[in-house]
Write a protein that binds this ligand. Structure first.
Ligand code: PLP
Length: 387
């Protein structure tokens, strides 16, 4: 049976380009810090990837810092200790939205008492006035505010008003970190326009390999105190010999996305429309979260009243379809969604996330709906039997 993969927000299959680059660069074994020819070859491979990634998000290649993933990138950035040039810059308090990924809600190197959760409304959106009011109370005599808000949510796909929020952070003289992990390749991004100070990326969400990611600064002067110190790689911001092949493959995946972004948006929107119309037709009482809000075109997060998401996920899996019930990183331990809780939605049965991508076809959505219809019919029948 051909499997249907509808869990792209969890991770994506390696693209052909990324696989080819991953394998071919394994032969270039030089250390990128070495000045001899072998070292220079490895360094050139990394620089090429830097340019490819920068082109995808419209950023300066020189401001990309490679890490082992977005989690390490945010761990580096969530520190009270920054530098502006050579002078220390103290970030006295961390503010993050209630629906951030766990790598942000775990607060990095900030103690709990130095952090505040910024609430979202019932639509999962951070209201600019709410952020303004919270930052108005920030005591600047102790240091500056550090604010982390994601561009798009990993469970619901809900998009935050980043440009408006960034203006508020700037008014409060804060630094703004934007997690664009789920948005890259699904939205056309231009970091020069999004007005953040730092952006997070993860290769495995865009068709690249696992174990590699980056943060990108929009300027050169402000730098976090590094998390890993040692050999001075990545301009001293992330020590350790670079993972040349993983970086190269990340670059190749980004290059494919540049082309893909031109065509994919509309295609994914159409698939989302077909999927959500189909779900409503089969079960009119279905709850699709964030459906009235700006959302990623590839994500649909829903609950079917009276049916446990966990049971649905198993039924889909047995029918050959991979979907997620709950957050990607906590799959395997299915909990009620912290994102829905933050939105004030009580839901003890959990929710199913369908996230599409490059290989998803209309036939996959049709097959998904067919299986969903069977699950609903079976549930109705068993309710009749026991009522
Ligand atoms: N941020 C978001 C929004 C994510 O969805 C994820 C992974 O699921 C991460 C950060 C962490 O990325 P990584 O797996 O590269 O550490």
């Amino acid at each position: 049976m051909k499997r249907i993969y509808l869990d792209y927000n969890s991770t994506t299959p390696l693209t052909a380009n990324a696989r080819e680059r991953l394998v071919s660069t394994l032969e270039s074994f030089g250390n990128p810090s070495s000045v001899h020819a072998e070292g220079r070859v490895a360094k050139a491979i990394i620089q090429k990837a830097r340019r490819e990634i920068a082109a995808l998000v419209v950023a300066d290649p020189a401001n990309i810092v490679f890490t082992s993933g977005a989690t390490e990138a945010i761990m580096t950035l969530l520190t009270p200790h920054y530098f502006i040039g050579r002078s220390p810059l103290f970030m006295s308090h961390l503010y993050f939205s209630a629906t951030e990924h766990p790598c942000v809600t775990s607060r990095g190197r900030f103690p709990v008492q130095m952090s505040t959760v910024v609430p979202v409304d019932r639509n999962g959106v951070v209201q600019p006035d709410c952020l303004r009011e919270i930052l108005r109370k920030h005591d600047r005599s102790k240091g500056l505010p550090l604010v982390a808000i994601q561009y798009a949510n990993h469970e619901t796909g809900i998009i935050q008003p980043i440009t408006a929020l960034s203006k508020i952070v700037k008014e409060a003289a804060g630094l703004f970190i934007v997690d664009v992990v789920q948005a890259v390749a699904r939205e056309k991004l231009d970091m020069t326009k999004k007005c953040g100070d730092f952006f997070l990326l993860s290769a495995h969400k865009i068709g690249g390999p696992k174990g590699i990611g980056a943060f990108i600064a929009t300027g050169e002067t402000i730098r976090p105190e590094p998390l890993l110190t040692g050999g001075g790689q990545e301009k001293g911001l992330r020590a350790g010999t670079e993972a040349v092949s993983l970086i190269a493959s990340f670059g190749a995946a980004a290059a494919s996305c540049v082309i893909q972004c031109l065509h994919e948006g509309e295609r994914l929107v159409n698939l989302q429309k077909k999927l959500e119309e189909g779900l409503k037709e089969i079960l009119p009482s279905i709850l699709i979260y964030g459906s009235g809000t700006m959302r990623l075109p590839n994500t649909t997060f829903f609950s079917a009243p009276g049916i446990k998401a966990e049971s649905m996920q198993i039924a889909f899996d047995l029918a050959g379809i991979a979907v997620s019930a709950g957050a990607a990183c906590s799959s395997g331990k299915i909990d009620s969604s912290p994102v829905l809780q933050a939105m004030g939605i009580a839901n003890s049965n959990g929710a199913i996330r369908v996230s599409t991508g490059q290989n998803t076809r209309l036939s996959d959505i049709k097959q998904f709906l067919k299986v969903f219809e069977t699950i609903i019919a079976r549930t109705k029948q068993s309710h009749l039997k026991y009522s």
